[in-house]
Write a protein that binds this ligand. Structure first.
Ligand code: GDP
Length: 459
């Protein structure tokens, strides 16, 4: 499938949506529900199940949302959801210094309320000034709540008993209270028509699908009203994107999954990709998108496309991608000067670089964005960093950490990364302590406790 034939030189691109929230609050379920509804509602082939990102076109959103979304009221083409595993850290991804996501959904479990990752997510959203909507999830678990399927959320709400409504209201107002403690003003969003420019709280159930139409409606409304101008792009220009993941793919070697947020990328394009050392200059050998599930046979899970236009998620197969970094920029060169493009990539990488000291702890993270978020948190806690890199904890990290004289610095802090087994062995023999976690707050807290323990032992 290719979209070479339909280009308007300038056009509105699909807003990019990130889903954030505390672990187990329902991010994956919500994405699955949206994707599932889209697949059920869509004609065969209408949904492009991209890699790392799912595009849901406007006509399918309007089918899911029923009366709530009239496609004639919108000119944005739909929504592109970043759905890469471990997506919490992908919300910190950047595009030209700003956030990659144009808009975000913050998922909060109504029973569990605000938790460390919720606060962390709010911090990220605040810093990147990303507009967002709160999905108050799991409303089906409110005792006595009975689902009125296929009915807009406000009608379902009306049909509940006073006691049940009061129970849910209490939980929702707690969420709103927490948001205002964090400096946001929030509106409970029973009726989508009342949407204001503050944070909308939309009650949903990722399990039953209740409220999902309302959520999609609010997302479309927000994008259309406040982002339309920012969505204007030159769709035929050279592509600009961000690496989501670097993955080994059978038959292709190292590949990168990218989100393309501007222009187009074609087979045979020369591209520049941010690498661990120098920018990587290579040529696109294949653009791959997953085949629809039904078509997967034993051969390839992917089909080739010759061109993709923004905004889209796509797998790029090209030589020399072994050193590519998640979170790094990708640029198509096409008719521009190669040196200029390399400089652009270097400048963007430099804007995300972490300041290091002569002595300090070693930090590893899964993406450039999360590395930056880790560095900010450690800076606040006044913990110096000697080395900060994207990737799993490897033996050479142990070598660096083991040379520290202060035991408080013979430490590696890993965010959302694995520890390679030979690194684990080396750490034991070299007396290096490794902490890994998926919550930045917790990782910093664990390190603080460790430092306290050492200080107490020294007294
Ligand atoms: P994530 O860690 O934020 O991606 O959370 P998951 O989507 O994996 O959900 C965590 C758990 O909560 C799973 O057992 C889900 O089945 C459950 N869950 C998610 N959404 C809902 C919901 O709306 N209602 C109920 N009852 N359970 C839910």
């Amino acid at each position: 499938m290719s979209n070479t034939d339909t280009h308007d030189p300038t056009s509105l691109r699909t807003p990019i949506v990130a889903v954030l929230g505390h672990v187990d609050h329902g991010k994956t379920s919500l994405l699955d529900k949206i994707r599932g509804s889209a697949v059920i509602e869509g004609e065969a082939g209408a949904i492009t199940q991209h890699i790392g990102a799912t595009a849901v076109p406007l006509d399918i959103i309007s089918t899911i949302a029923g009366d709530l979304v009239d496609p004639d009221d919108f000119d944005l083409p739909g929504l592109l959801f970043i759905d890469t595993p471990g997506h919490h850290s992908f919300t910190t991804l950047r595009s030209r210094g700003g956030a990659l996501a144009d808009i975000a959904i913050l998922v909060v479990d109504v029973n569990d309320g605000f938790q460390p990752q919720t606060l962390e997510a709010l911090d990220i959203l605040k810093r990147s000034q990303t507009p967002f909507i709160v999905a108050a999830n799991k409303i089906d678990t409110v005792p006595g709540w009975s689902v009125n399927e296929d009915t807009p959320i406000n009608d379902t709400y009306e049909s509940q008993s006073d006691r049940v409504r009061q129970r849910l209201d209490e939980k929702l107002y707690e969420i709103i209270g927490n948001l205002s403690d964090e400096g946001f003003s929030a509106d409970l969003y029973w009726r989508v028509q009342n949407f204001q420019r503050n944070v909308g709280v939309v009650p949903v159930s990722a399990m039953t699908g209740e409220g999902v139409p309302d959520l999609l409606t609010v997302m479309m409304g927000l994008s259309q009203r406040y982002m339309k101008e920012e969505m204007e792009i030159d769709v035929s220009g050279p592509g600009v994107g961000t690496v989501l993941e670097v993955k080994e793919e059978k038959g292709f070697g190292k590949t990168v999954d990218i989100v393309l947020y501007d222009g187009t990328i074609r087979e045979d394009d020369t591209i520049v990709v941010g690498g661990q050392n120098d920018p990587i200059v290579t040529e696109v050998r294949a653009l791959l998108q997953p085949r629809p599930l039904a078509e997967i046979r034993t051969e390839s899970r992917f089909e080739n496309v010759d061109e993709v236009g923004a905004a889209a998620g796509i797998k790029v197969a090209a030589p020399e991608l072994g050193d590519a970094m998640a979170g790094a920029p990708v640029r198509v060169v096409r008719d521009r000067d190669l040196e200029d493009v390399i400089e652009e990539v270097q400048a963007e990488l430099a804007s995300i670089a972490v300041d290091t000291a002569e002595e300090g702890v070693v930090v590893k993270a899964d993406t450039l964005g999360s590395l930056e978020a880790m560095a900010d948190a450690l800076d606040e806690a006044e913990v110096p960093i000697v080395r900060a890199e994207v990737g799993d904890v490897a033996p050479r990290d142990i070598s660096v950490a083991s040379t520290a004289e202060d035991p408080k610095q013979q430490v590696i802090l890993g965010f959302n990364v694995d520890v390679l087994s030979d690194a684990e062995h080396r750490a034991e023999t070299d007396d290096v302590t490794i902490f890994t976690d998926e919550v930045i707050y917790q990782l910093v807290e664990e390190y603080d406790e460790y430092v306290e323990g050492i200080e107490q032992a020294q007294q």
